[in-house]
Design a protein around this ligand. Structure first.
Ligand code: XYH
Ligand code: MG
Length: 383
């Protein structure tokens, strides 16, 4: 037992090879310097839990006003109690204390617990499996020559991904600000099915705000093409639209991904019959604690639950439970190198084998292999 006596954020520079467009979609790009942040929670024994995040998520004002007052002097292993104490402050924080911040704090506490107990977090949380098949999650369509600019680019890339060992591929098709639409989505899905044959699992994420009728037309095409799931075609705030869609399609509807409301919103989707496979992300929904509650809700209703996104937090939930079939590995693109770590990491947390499987990390804690020397040498601010 040891109380938390220090909560710090270190902002440092690193190099990435991608750009983000005006709608938040990531595409390959030339190497560029960006700022990232590391949250560290240290207890009276000198043990430290860490989680990477963005400086704008881990803002100084929020650390001072909410995170330090909730954590300091408290037993660091009391993750559930501390998560609730921080979550309760969201109502009065008028949107500034985000689910992303909550998630980063929660993950740092789990990292602390794992390091203190000498266990990987996935095993500490339940320990259900040590290996998981990964699906290749593509970047969105673009206009980059030899990238994902044409139907044949998608088909060629899909064949390459299968040759690398992937047994599942999820397409992110063209999305705003690129020209987009149901006809383009249907054609992209059809050429990829044709390219990889019937035995590769295919999924579609068409996350634009289609109308019900457009979403239904696209879903009927996916029924014909034997897709494994259909993700986010409409605004997720309209739960009744998803119920309407799910009632009419054979292809499983997966959601909600971006909906606000943590595990409670997911329980509402299950109760409404708005999805066939539940979705929850560790970053977007407030941490490992709400993600696990959502997975267990799905399990209680005999439903799968797929974890959104890549990284150590997603792997922790996947390794702790039996509910999802896949790990989302990506975002991938013909011009981007997923397997080489950025300078602030010594290695990636999710190397893939030739059969398309990812082994759960065995390091104590979350398993991120941080290069603390790089971070120290490139620190630009601390609070
Ligand atoms: O670039 O829009 C996008 C992707 O959709 C991304 O945000 C995300 O990781 C996702 O939706 N994955 O399923
Ligand atoms: Mg998605």
């Amino acid at each position: 037992m040891a109380v938390i006596d220090r909560v710090t954020v270190t902002v440092f520079t690193t190099v990435i090879r991608s750009v983000v467009d005006g709608h938040g979609h990531r595409h390959p790009g030339p190497p560029r310097e960006v700022k990232e942040a590391l949250l560290e929670v240290t207890d009276a024994d000198g043990a430290t839990g860490r989680c990477l995040g963005q400086p704008e998520t881990l803002r100084e004002s929020m650390i001072k006003a909410h995170v330090r007052p909730v954590l300091t002097g408290q037993e660091g292993l009391d993750r559930e109690r501390l998560w609730h104490a921080l979550a309760r402050r969201q109502r009065g924080a008028h949107g500034h204390l985000t689910d992303r911040l909550l998630s980063t704090v929660d993950q740092a506490l789990w990292d602390l617990a794992g390091r203190k107990l000498g266990l990987p977090v996935w095993r500490l949380l339940g320990g259900a499996r040590s290996v998981i098949p990964a699906y290749a999650s593509t970047m969105c369509g673009d206009d980059i020559p030899g990238g994902l600019a044409s139907f044949s680019d998608y088909a060629d890339f899909a064949k390459e991904l299968v040759a690398r060992g992937y047994r599942g591929i999820k397409l992110h098709t063209w999305m705003p600000p690129m020209p987009h639409g149901v006809d383009l989505d249907i054609k992209a899905c059809a050429v990829v099915r044709d390219a990889v044959g019937p035995d590769v699992a295919l999924m579609l994420d068409s996350n634009h705000w289609y109308s019900r009728t457009d979403a239904l037309r696209l879903g009927r095409a996916l029924d014909e093409l034997g897709f494994a799931w259909y993700e986010e075609p409409m605004e997720e705030a309209s739960v009744q639209s998803y119920r309407w869609l799910a009632d009419q399609l054979a292809t499983p509807i997966l959601g909600p991904e971006t909906s606000w409301g943590k595990h409670m919103a997911r329980a509402e989707w299950v109760a409404a019959g708005a999805c066939d496979i539940l979705r929850v992300g560790v970053v977007g929904s407030g941490g490992l604690i709400p993600a696990l509650k959502a997975v267990h809700t799905a399990e209680s209703f005999g439903m799968g639950c797929e974890i959104h996104g890549n990284g150590s937090g997603a792997l922790a939930v996947i390794g702790a439970t039996l509910c999802g079939e896949w790990y989302e590995r990506g975002l991938l693109h013909p011009h981007s190198d997923y397997d080489t770590p950025p300078p602030h990491l010594r290695s990636i947390v999710d190397p893939i084998d030739e059969s398309g499987n990812v082994a759960l990390p065995m390091r104590p804690g979350l398993g991120d292999d941080l290069d603390v020397d790089h971070i120290a040498a490139h620190t630009v601010a601390t609070w």
